[in-house]
Design a protein around this ligand. Sequence first.
Ligand code: SF4
Length: 301
Amino acid sequence: MRPLCCDGGTTLKTLWRLFDGSLIESVLMRYGVPGVRASGSGRNRATLCISSQAGCGMACPFCATGQGGLQRNLSAAEIMAQVLAGARTLADGGIPGGPGRVNNIVFMGMGEPMANYRAIMTTIRTMTAPGPQGLGISARGITVSTVGLVPRINQLAGEGLPVTLAVSLHAPDDELRDELCPVNTRWNVAALLDAAHAYFVATKRRVSIEYALIRDVNDQPERAAMLADALRRDGGHGWVHVNLIPLNPTPGSKWTASRRADQKAFVAVLERRGVAVTVRDTRGREIDGACGQLAATAAAG
Ligand code: SF4
C-alpha cells in the first residue's frame, strides 16, 4: 500500500499491491476544508473512490485501464479493505480538516463494478449494515457505475437499495459509442438508457450520466444536442444529471481533453435544453488521476 497526496493534502491516492502482485488504486477526496485551497467546494465532505477489479475487460480505447485488459475480479474482502483503510485514515485525522467520516463511496476506480456483481453487493451490504458488523454508511451515499451491462442494471434495480447508478455513456449515438465503449455493440444507447430510466423509476434515485469530453471526438455542440435528445424520457430530463469529465490524457495516447471553449459550448447546449449538468472536479490530476493510470505507471516501473 503506497499513499500519494495532492490538492494541499486533501486528496490521497493509494496504490495497492495485492497478494498475487495485481495493482489497484483507491482515492480519498475531502471537500470544503477551511484554509485549504483545492478544487471542489461545499461543506466538509469526504468521498472515497474504490476499485472493483484488477484491470478491466471493457476495452474502452481512451482509458489506460482498458488497454491492459482484465486481470481478475477483486474479492469482497479486497474491496472492503479499501473502504476500511479510507475510513480509518479519515477517523485518525490523516487528511487535513480533522477527524471525519466517509460520506460517499463511489465504485469508480479500476474495473467495471457490474462485472463483479456478487462481490460489490456483498461489500455494499456490509457497508450499509449498522455497526458493529457493518459501517452504517447510508446507501444513498453509495454510487455504482457501469459502462452498460444492462442485465446487471435491471438486477440492481430489484435489490431494493437506494444506491445511485452512474452510467458511463461518453457518446449519445451508437456509431461513436460502438467505438468508444465496445460493450455498446451488445447493448446499445437506447437499451442502456431505457434500463437506466427504469432504475430511476424503481428507486427514485436520479441517475448520473458520466461523459468524458474528448477533443474533437465527442465534444461538438451537435453531440450535446443529440445527448439531450437521447436522455429525454417522459417529456423531460428530471431523472438524470450529466457529469462532464475533462479527459485526463494518458501519456502516448491520441485521446486528449477538450478545449475550454468547446467544453463551455457543450455545457451551454445542455443547459439550454434543460439538462442538469456539472463539470466534474478533476482532483488527483497532479498524481496521475486517470482511471487506472497510477497502477499502469507503477507496473511499468
Ligand atoms: S473506461 Fe471504465 S469500463 Fe472502460 S475500460 Fe476503462 S475502467 Fe473499463
